[in-house]
Design a protein around this ligand. Structure first.
Ligand SMILES: Nc1ncnc2c1ncn2[C@@H]1O[C@H](COP(=O)(O)OP(=O)(O)OP(=O)(O)O)[C@@H](O)[C@H]1O
Ligand SMILES: [Mg+2]
Length: 220
């Protein structure tokens, strides 16, 4: 991390070492935070890689700021460092929905809540782009979404339908003991209401999701 921000960052343990990113927990001015470092992909040309990395980091930080401004449950951006390909953000105190579903500490109700949260995200004009159970975290005060590197602002209907399809595939592949988990998500999506939400829009997204599943089934 660069100059000023680094001096008040106290680095702790690595909590995730993935193909794309390393995530390190620590404290920033006494606040629980995580540093997400994007690692270079060696198979890509370095210039292209740098450009893609910057794009994803900028997209992620822009969306985190936007989400904080509307009170959406997601990490708050602390600092974006394009030079070192890292984002510093607040830490969500909890476990991934993946782990919680595996251990039985989360179930149908949490999937219903996740559906409501996805509707809220879509109504804010944002699609997630990688909605797996690893990218949702369960904390004391409910579900939070993380990992917005593939998110879009002003998404097309297809991108919103695909959020549900990605989750559907994840639930079927990794959480098949929960029968029809995606139906809980869809119920939550359709039933979530807030002041200016339109149930018509929600139905159109669910219809698109059903079309995508048919398409996938037909083409294998
Ligand atoms: N703000 C956060 N608070 C708590 N844990 C986090 C936070 N951000 C990330 N993590 C943890 O680190 C993991 C990886 O983070 P993230 O999903 O943002 O990276 P990624 O782009 O999926 O990385 P890769 O593709 O390399 O797996 C998450 O699944 C979660 O366990
Ligand atoms: Mg992730």
């Amino acid at each position: 991390m660069d100059g000023g921000a680094k001096s008040i960052w106290h680095e702790g343990q690595i909590i995730h070492e993935g193909a794309e990113a390393t995530v390190i927990e620590g404290k920033w001015m006494g606040k629980k935070a995580v540093l997400k470092l994007r690692r270079p992909r060696s198979y890509r040309h370095p210039d292209l890689d740098r450009r893609l990395t910057r794009q994803r980091l900028s997209a992620e930080s822009r969306i985190l700021s936007r989400l904080s401004s509307i009170g959406f449950p997601s990490p708050h951006l602390i600092h974006l460092d394009l030079k070192n390909a890292s984002i510093l953000m607040t830490r969500i105190d909890g476990a991934t929905l993946y782990d919680q579903l595996k251990s039985g500490d989360a179930g149908a109700q949490d999937l219903f809540d996740l559906g409501g949260l996805l509707r809220r995200l879509h109504e804010a004009g944002i699609s997630h782009g990688d909605l797996t159970t690893h990218n949702a975290m369960v904390s004391e005060n409910g579900i939070h979404l993380i990992d917005f590197g593939l998110s879009r602002q002003s998404p097309e209907l297809e991108h919103m339908g695909l959020d549900l399809q990605v989750l559907n595939e994840c639930l079927r592949a990794s959480h098949s003991t929960i029968i029809d988990g995606i139906e809980q998500v869809c119920e939550g999506y359709l039933n979530y209401e807030q002041n200016n939400s339109h149930s018509e829009g929600a139905e159109i997204v669910i219809q698109r999701f059903r079309k995508i599943t048919e398409r996938v089934r037909y083409h294998g």
